[in-house]
Write a protein that binds this ligand. Structure first.
Ligand code: AKG
Ligand code: FE2
Length: 295
């Protein structure tokens, strides 16, 4: 029996047929990735001796008492071995594909917050001609091998189906080497658009097909591939590119950060109001989901 799981039921809702058609006006707007970069994703890198998230994450894990320094040292001070230093219960994933460590990183020390804005200001912002607003609270993901609670098919999604404005850019960066199933799978834009068409551009249908339609899942699997990246690299991708976390069958922990950014002038392009679909209904505007300041 199909139950309302994953993105099913938490997809964007329209308050009227007008709202719906305004949404699709935005959804069908020309891709900014193609306009700016002429491709649906852009890979870049930065100097990890200047922007060193790795050492700050280790200190944060120790100060949050998630791991003890002594045990971490025993496993070569290597974040890829983090799963070996932890009890199983804090690795369990919830329905929104997060574990308690990722959730605890919604609040981080000031040094991490400063490093985050430094990364945006010095690495991401110069890529664009306009200033950018950035997601205030970045998502840190700790993705462990054979994680308990992962009892679903890889759930392909676009953040747009969860209420995000189609004008965002997704930015994703690993703090460990990422490969095979410990990484995120990403689908090119043209294949993602084909997948939307197969679902009549309806996100409830998409959410259902992603979990229960074997042909659809194999279509996406054949078109997508896992990001193979190192600490010090980042990728910016079109928000319409379907992507998913995978069941990690490697023997390495993956730690990554995902954020969304918005060009300063893009807020004026919204044809409707965009809010998170969860309980908080947070607007995707400066001073709420996005930073007040533009860097
Ligand atoms: O890192 C992952 O596995 C998923 C990230 C994601 O969904 C995103 O960057 O929007
Ligand atoms: Fe996502």
């Amino acid at each position: 029996m199909k139950v309302n799981k994953g993105h099913m039921g938490s997809t964007i809702e329209f308050i009227s047929s007008e709202d719906k058609s305004l949404f699709y006006k935005d959804f069908n707007a020309k891709s900014q990735m193609l306009e700016i970069f002429n491709k649906c994703n852009y890979m870049g890198n930065y100097d990890t001796s200047v922007i060193n998230f790795e050492e700050l994450i280790v200190s944060e894990l120790i100060s949050k008492k998630i791991v003890s320094e002594k045990i971490f040292n025993q496993y070569d001070k290597n974040l890829e071995n983090l799963h070996l230093c932890l009890n199983d219960d804090i690795k369990i994933l919830d329905e929104s594909e997060q574990n308690s460590i990722s959730v605890s990183f919604y609040q981080t020390s000031e040094v991490i917050q400063k490093m985050y804005t430094k990364f945006i200001r010095e690495i991401i912002s110069p890529i664009f001609q306009e200033k950018i607003h950035y997601q205030v609270v970045p998502t840190f993901r700790f993705h462990f091998p054979s994680q308990k609670g992962y009892n679903w098919k890889d759930r392909y999604h676009t953040d747009i189906m969860l209420g995000h404005p189609p004008y965002e850019f997704n930015v994703w960066l690993p703090f460990t080497k990422v490969f095979d199933s410990n990484s995120m799978r990403l689908t090119p834009l043209n294949d993602s658009v084909k997948a939307y068409k197969m679902c009549d551009n309806n996100f409830e249908i998409l959410a259902e097909k992603c979990q229960y339609d074997e042909n659809f899942i194999s279509y996406l699997r054949s078109k997508s591939s896992p990001l193979a990246m190192e600490f010090g690299e980042f990728i910016i991708f079109d928000p319409k590119c379907l992507h998913c976390t995978q069941y990690n069958t490697t023997d390495k922990t993956r730690i990554s950060m995902d954020i969304r950014i918005m060009l300063e002038n893009n807020f004026t392009k919204y044809s409707r109001e965009y809010k998170t679909t969860g309980r908080k209904k947070m607007p995707f505007t400066p001073g709420h989901y996005f930073s007040t300041e533009a860097l």
